[in-house]
Design a binder for this molecule. Structure first.
Ligand SMILES: NC(=O)c1ccc[n+]([C@@H]2O[C@H](COP(=O)([O-])OP(=O)(O)OC[C@H]3O[C@@H](n4cnc5c(N)ncnc54)[C@H](OP(=O)(O)O)[C@@H]3O)[C@@H](O)[C@H]2O)c1
Length: 270
């Protein structure tokens, strides 16, 4: 399993398990245990996924110590708007049954995100979060944080897959050494409609999903594919024994079409 070095010096595992749309019970506990057995050391949740208790239980009962697992959660939009980022973080810690999270993100760039960023900075000093970052921040939002904040975000978590690379956000992040985490790296399952991935996979004895995830890894992107199926959780971790060629990388790059499967950070209403 590979790590990415963040701009604060911490090492973040490049593969994590996403748990959006997993339940707040046994389904999520099993998924996390299977993931840890398969070698994952990183779990991505959020207050709004309503499964932080299950994530906490899974980590408490896992065979891998808590300090060996990178745990990310996110401050929800209502809390950002209400100026309650600190309280929301404390509530997340309680639900997760842990003293700290490795990474706390502002989930979306809603009104109040500059103040929320200052609150996140104070949590960093308190040691309740080891790293702070943002999610769905486009260059105009990032520039606000870079201008008014003291700490540069460690991570920006954005929708990223072969149909959507958001080059403007990525190039600003590269400039400030802000790591990118890809959400919906498997295009929410829609990778199956693109024949090129399976075709490239045949040459390597790999599945279409593994090709898409490997393309992300070779672009130095952190990936958090979601699955609750043991076989697919294992499959999504089996990415480190093959390499896509330059030609294969370019062929996948050429699929870019600005197509989103999730909401647009410049036009959303929640
Ligand atoms: N920051 C944000 O605003 C934001 C937004 C969206 C998502 N996220 C994060 O990103 C994570 C991943 O994104 P996502 O859940 O939207 O979608 P995704 O990971 O792109 O795709 C998940 C879908 O693909 C299926 N799948 C997974 N592995 C597969 C495989 N090897 N072969 C075939 N199908 C496979 C899953 O079904 P099964 O479960 O049945 O395998 C599920 O339906 C989320 O869980 C969440 O942690 C963040």
């Amino acid at each position: 399993m590979k790590n990415i070095q963040l701009n604060n010096g911490l090492h973040m595992p490049q593969l994590g398990l996403g748990v959006w749309q997993s339940d707040n019970g046994q389904e999520t506990i099993n998924a996390i245990h299977w993931a840890l057995e398969a070698g994952y050391r990183h779990v991505d949740t959020a207050k709004i996924y309503k499964n932080e208790e299950a994530v906490g239980k899974a980590l408490k009962t896992a065979s891998v110590p808590r300090e060996d697992v990178w745990l990310t959660t996110k401050v929800w939009n209502d809390d950002i708007r209400a100026g309650r980022t600190i309280q929301a973080t404390e509530e997340s810690l309680k639900r997760l049954d842990t003293d700290y999270v490795d990474l706390m993100l502002l989930h979306w760039p809603v009104d109040g995100y500059e103040t929320a960023w200052r609150e996140l900075e104070s949590l960093l000093v308190d040691g309740k979060v080891r790293a702070i970052g943002v999610s769905n921040f486009m260059p105009e939002h990032l520039n606000d944080i870079l201008e008014h904040g003291e700490i540069v975000p460690a991570v920006n978590q954005i929708e990223y897959h072969p149909y959507l690379v958001q080059a403007d956000a990525i190039s600003l992040c590269d400039e400030h050494k802000i790591a990118i985490t890809a959400w919906s790296p498997l295009m929410q399952g829609n990778f199956k409609d693109e024949p090129l991935f399976a075709k490239i996979g045949e040459a390597h004895g790999k599945t279409a999903a593994q090709v898409v995830l490997r393309w992300c890894l070779q672009n130095d992107i952190i990936v958090i594919p979601k699955s609750t199926n043991q076989g697919r959780i294992q499959q999504n971790a089996d990415l480190f024994d093959f390499e896509l060629t330059e030609e294969e990388m370019v062929a996948i790059d050429e699929l870019e079409r600005g197509k989103r499967f999730g909401p647009d950070p410049r036009n959303f209403d929640f």
